[in-house]
Design a protein around this ligand. Structure first.
Ligand code: ZN
Length: 453
């Protein structure tokens, strides 16, 4: 017998619907969606509006250990680059056990914030001495195990990080745990293929940035597999990165990428903060996803992605929590819109023809996120994984509102605590705001961070 839930109101691809029956099979995939369904004793009756779970398209799990601890003005020129020095200090100490404990609790917090799958941009590969572990995929497997224990879907993106700067510059000592040759990288991919074939998992290619790989390396990795796996890259996050790329090649990072690589819908360009109008147009035309991480980009003082022009060009976008200063769908989407309002001194900047900002932001991020993760999710539809977020139907702010105003209340006036229940692949992982493993996982996280910091 398939299992089922009934939603009093649910966000479906065709719009909001009432009394929606959602059935799913043992594999966690939705087998039937029917509006106007009768009550059923066999189904779980949700106690609030039901939304598709949000994909988190950008995470560096270990960075959660230092979130909130770099907010001290010790350097008048404090920037991404000085933050990176602190991050490298943490990198110099973390063990595989600690990484698993940090990721496991992080992923629980993600679920509680409304994310049901994560793209883990994973570049911490090697031992403290920079040498590969006996199993070179040790760290990757720790991250996969953390996701499994938390109950979150994952697209694992093992990162190729081969150099320390544009043009194949030698890496620094602080980067030694990240570094692989293309051959080592392809072997790592091969050894993880089977692990990532399990339900709720996907494997993707990932290039740290144009600072860390050459054009030839990108080509040899891309030529190694003839499939539709996702491809992620950090790009144009910082002005210094743009200036260094110009000095090296005469082209800006996004220009350089589009000049040298056939970028298509498999690609997710993380940040793309410093994009000129021709770069924005090229990104939109290529159907690649802009992977935006507004709370991290604000925290690091990166700058603002030209989202209004990108949206006007039909660009695809999604959200990620990146350095994990926030684990909240609300905060990422709110600050994505607020950044544009503050910059342009106007309200209601990001929307489609329906004009509803929260409705647009949520739907666009579902679609872009699902595309970036390469997973069948992001919509309550037959064949997709049963990933659901149930908002608190008893919350006074959600009383007497319907349709996209539900999203408006949550995203612009609500907080994480409006997330009541979360389902991933047909299993409830958060119920009444709590995850079954959060206390034990929290203790393990605290012990890991105490030992590492
Ligand atoms: Zn990142």
């Amino acid at each position: 017998m398939p299992r089922a839930v009934i939603a009093p109101i649910a966000l479906l691809p065709e719009g909001w619907a009432e009394q929606v029956l959602i059935e799913f099979g043992r594999d966690g995939r939705i087998t039937r969606v029917e509006a106007g369904a009768a009550k059923s004793g066999d189904a779980d009756h949700c106690q609030g509006p039901v939304l598709p779970g949000m994909p988190n398209l950008h995470s560096h799990a270990f960075q959660r250990a230092m979130a909130g601890l770099a907010e001290v003005a010790l350097n008048p020129e404090d920037s991404f680059w000085t933050w990176r020095d602190l991050m490298y200090r943490l990198v110099g100490r973390l063990t595989p056990e600690q990484v698993e404990d940090i990721a496991r609790y992080l992923y629980i917090d993600m679920l509680k914030g409304g994310y049901t799958a994560v793209a883990e941009f994973h570049y911490l590969h090697h031992g403290l001495d920079g040498k590969p572990y006996a199993d070179p995929a040790e760290m990757s497997r720790r991250v996969l195990r953390a996701a499994e224990r938390a109950g979150i879907g994952i697209t694992l993106l093992p990162v190729l990080y081969a150099h320390g700067g544009f043009g194949g510059k030698a890496p620094s000592d602080a980067q030694k745990r990240f570094i692989n040759t293309t051959d080592q990288y392809l072997k790592l991919q091969e050894s993880l293929a089977k692990d990532c074939a399990a339900p709720g998992r996907r494997l993707g290619f990932c290039f740290h940035s144009l600072r860390a790989v050459t054009g030839d390396e990108i080509k040899s990795v891309m030529g190694s597999a003839d499939d539709d796996r996702p491809v992620h890259v950090h790009i144009a996050e910082q002005q210094k990165e743009v200036a260094d790329c110009l000095a090296w090649s005469g082209r800006r990072p996004i220009q350089w990428l589009y000049d040298h690589v056939p970028v298509d819908e498999r690609w997710c360009l993380i940040h793309a903060t410093h994009a000129e109008p021709d770069e924005v147009a090229a990104m939109a035309k290529s159907r690649a996803v802009a992977g935006l991480c507004p709370t991290t980009e604000a925290n690091l003082g990166d700058g603002l992605f030209p989202a209004i022009d990108f949206v006007a060009d039909g660009g695809r976008l999604g959200i990620g929590s990146d350095s994990h200063v926030s684990l909240s769908v609300v905060e990422e989407l709110r600050w994505l819109e607020y950044g544009q309002r503050l910059k342009h001194e106007r309200r209601n900047r990001l929307h489609d023809a329906n004009k509803h900002v929260a409705g647009y932001l949520y739907r666009a991020s579902l679609q872009g996120g699902a595309q970036a993760l390469g997973q069948k999710m992001g919509a309550i539809a037959v064949g997709n994984r049963a990933d659901l977020v149930v908002l608190d139907g008893q919350h006074p702010l959600l009383a007497h509102v319907s349709g996209d105003d539900i999203l408006g209340r949550w995203l612009f006036a609500g907080l994480n605590r409006m997330v009541k229940d979360v389902m991933v692949g047909g299993e409830w992982v958060v119920q009444d705001g709590r995850h079954g493993d959060e206390i034990e996982a929290g203790r393990a996280f605290a012990a890991a961070v105490k030992a590492a910091i």
